[in-house]
Ligand binder design. Structure first.
Ligand code: SF4
Length: 420
């Protein structure tokens, strides 16, 4: 570390939804040289902080020209799409939503094609949820349902559960029972105290049988009932049980799992206390859902074409793109993190990208403007996977601020008049 180096304490990592806010970032010579406390995934997310700062595709390299051309393209479209990608502050998400409203566009985010099933299940059934702090301080039985956080949420177990001590668990890991539920190839943690295995085909009946068992009834044949009884007994003996599941499971999404786990966590509260913890990936994904809900009433798939927000989750980005119902798109955020099927579906649509590394062309677009990454180059708010808001601090200068740029785009659209 040179004499000119500085350390930014308590920076927030958005490498996954855990949003660890205890990272000490060492900056030397305008580059990140270390991210202390971060896991390997977090270190990769911070990188060295370098970013391109280009404006590509406009008549000139002037930002005003590029914004004017994006405004013209979107205004001329019959059915424009505004799509939120990861790595945006909630302030930038809000500014993008305002642009979609102004354009009477279809507004969506990565959530509809990654974690939409869980959102819809929660809207049907409600949620027995908890903050990560409550889980750390109270959960004495932790069920990892078809997920091992070590791969995609590496510090979950050391920061939240089962390893840390909590107010009601003074001996940390020793006070807790960890149960791994393996569903087909989706395995729980290797070091679990108890392991219960089932095939993907058995899972729906197992979950129904487990709920019945918690209510004192028996459903299913003998091999299932034996495993169900073991798990139900441990859950009923818990002072506080948490079921941890991954909302970002790769497709195909297990049919009915999200609904069944919500119902299970709710029924736990008839005999003991319990909650469902839904893991989300990084880049402020919960922030997109929260900010959309705050601004429009809905967490994803919002249609502004009639001048008021309408919820269209059954007709989100992918089906609209597939039948040619979108003729121009504005992608805001890190295009490299957009699901592959969305990138492919955007192939034939005139697209502009505003976001970090837009100029590197993760998706094909006629206009690209580089901005900064939320939490590395841009300050604001992001939401942890339990919907807790956390402040983000800019550690390095941004090529240009995303929220300010989107507001300038709104001004450029307004200057060209209402859409035909
Ligand atoms: S667990 Fe997630 S948020 Fe925490 S340091 Fe690792 S990648 Fe970053």
């Amino acid at each position: 570390m040179s004499g000119a180096a500085r350390i930014e304490e308590n920076a927030t990592c958005l490498g996954c939804g855990c949003a660890c806010d205890d990272i000490a970032v060492v900056i030397d010579g305008g580059r990140i040289t270390e991210a202390r406390n971060a896991c390997a995934l977090g270190v990769r997310w911070f990188g060295d902080g370098s970013l391109p700062g280009a404006v590509l595709g406009g008549r000139t390299a002037a930002i005003e020209d590029a914004l004017g051309e994006i405004a013209t393209m979107l205004r001329a479209a019959r059915a424009p799409l505004v799509y939120l990608a990861p790595d945006l502050t909630s302030e930038a998400q809000r500014a993008a939503i305002a642009v979609a409203d102004q354009l009477r566009a279809f507004l969506d985010s990565f959530t509809s094609s990654t974690a939409g099933e869980g959102i819809l299940a929660a809207q049907r059934r409600g949620r027995a949820s908890a903050t990560l702090g409550e889980i750390r301080n109270r959960a004495d039985v932790i069920v990892f349902w078809a997920v091992d956080p070590a791969a995609s949420y590496p510090r979950f177990q050391t920061r939240y559960a089962p390893i840390p001590v909590g107010i009601h668990l003074p001996n940390g890991r020793k006070d807790r029972t960890v149960i791994a539920v393996d569903v087909g190839g989706q395995r729980g943690p290797d070091d679990a105290d108890v392991r219960i295995q089932m095939t993907a085909e058995e899972e729906p009946l197992f979950l129904a049988s487990l709920r019945a068992s918690l209510a004192g009834r028996t459903v299913g044949d003998a091999p299932i009932v034996a495993r169900v009884t073991e798990l139900a007994t441990r859950l009923n003996r818990a002072k506080y049980a948490v079921i941890v599941t991954d909302a970002e499971s790769p497709p195909p999404v297990p049919n009915g799992r999200a609904d069944a786990l919500i119902a299970l966590s709710q029924s736990l509260n008839a005999t003991t206390r319990g909650s469902l913890c839904t893991l989300r990936a990084g880049g402020n994904r919960n922030g997109a859902d929260t900010t959309l809900t705050w601004q429009t009433g809905f967490p994803m798939a919002v249609d502004f074409s009639r001048g008021v927000p309408r919820y269209q989750p059954e007709d989100a980005t992918l089906p609209r793109l597939a039948r040619g119902a979108i003729d121009a798109a504005l992608v805001v955020g890190a295009a490299s993190a957009i699901p592959e099927n969305v990138v492919k579906a955007l192939g034939g649509v005139r697209t502009a990208v505003i976001g970090p590394r837009a100029s590197e062309g993760a998706i094909s677009a006629s206009i690209r403007i580089d901005t900064g990454v939320a939490g590395i180059h841009e300050s604001g708010i992001a939401f942890r996977l339990d919907d807790l808001p956390l402040p983000l601090r800019a550690l390095l200068p941004t090529p240009r601020d995303t929220a300010s740029l989107l507001k300038a785009l709104g001004t450029a659209i307004a200057a060209q008049g209402a859409r035909a």
